[in-house]
Design a protein around this ligand. Structure first.
Ligand SMILES: [Zn+2]
Length: 239
């Protein structure tokens, strides 16, 4: 009896040894070089939004990365999403604590808005954002100096999905595909349900067009931005 069990175990061991490695055990992919392949960075502002969990599921299922410009007050109320974002390889940026217009704010307010969000993200996920997106994409030289103090470049967007205004799945997809371009940075929101609802099909279409969905840091690598720099540089910006 014991002999029979032993030989069965031996057979089982052989079967395990010759079974092909499952897909998930493949060697990790090389980092993506956006100067060589077509890249695009989807960015989600003002979150973590209500639908961040569904969005994260979709991104994970499709092997897509995104960048989340987080608002500190929601980091505080939805910390588990922030933790997931980091664990699943997404990039985090700072989008203030309560979304004031920085160009109409005192230096002290701007600094505390940024610091409180850094602290909230650190508490939620153990990391600190390295990119700043000022609320409404509005900055001036004072904001730039403060961003520099925090060691962060300011990241705007090359185009928007207009999701917050259309709130329509088809319109969001159409607009995003119309403005998609290599190394583009697309503004979206994970509090807009229609954005999250349309994401599986949008990702599929972008991939069919040859895009790799990557983080902002991947697409700006060749820009060599310094803290306090702004990208893309808005019209009329002087430094
Ligand atoms: Zn915003």
């Amino acid at each position: 009896m014991s002999r029979r069990i032993t030989s069965l175990l031996a057979i089982a061991a052989v079967c395990v040894a010759v079974a092909p490695a499952p897909a998930s055990a493949q060697v990790p992919k090389e980092p993506i070089d956006c100067s060589q392949v077509k890249c695009i960075a989807l960015t989600f502002d003002d979150g973590p939004g209500k639908y961040a969990g569904t969005l994260l599921d979709t991104l994970k299922k499709n092997g897509a990365k995104a960048t989340f410009f987080l608002e500190g007050q929601y980091v505080k109320s939805r910390p588990s999403y922030v933790k997931r974002m980091v664990a699943e390889g997404h990039e985090l940026g700072n989008h203030s604590y309560s979304h004031p217009d920085f160009t109409k704010s005192e230096a002290g307010t701007i600094k505390s808005e940024i610091q409180k969000t850094q602290d909230a993200v650190k508490k939620a996920a153990g990391v600190e954002p390295k990119l700043l997106r000022p609320p409404y994409g509005l900055a001036d030289l004072q904001v730039s100096d403060i961003a520099a103090e925090f060691g962060m470049p300011m990241i705007l967007w090359t185009a928007g999905s207009q999701d917050w205004s259309s709130k329509n799945v088809k319109a969001i997809q159409k607009q995003t595909l119309a403005v998609a371009k290599p190394n583009g940075i697309i503004l979206m929101h994970d509090w807009v349900k229609q954005t999250v609802d349309g994401m599986p099909s949008l990702i599929k279409t972008l991939k069919n067009k040859g895009y790799h969905l990557v983080t902002v840091s991947d697409v700006i690598k060749s820009q060599n931005l310094e803290p306090g720099d702004i990208y893309p540089v808005p019209e009329g910006w002087e430094k």
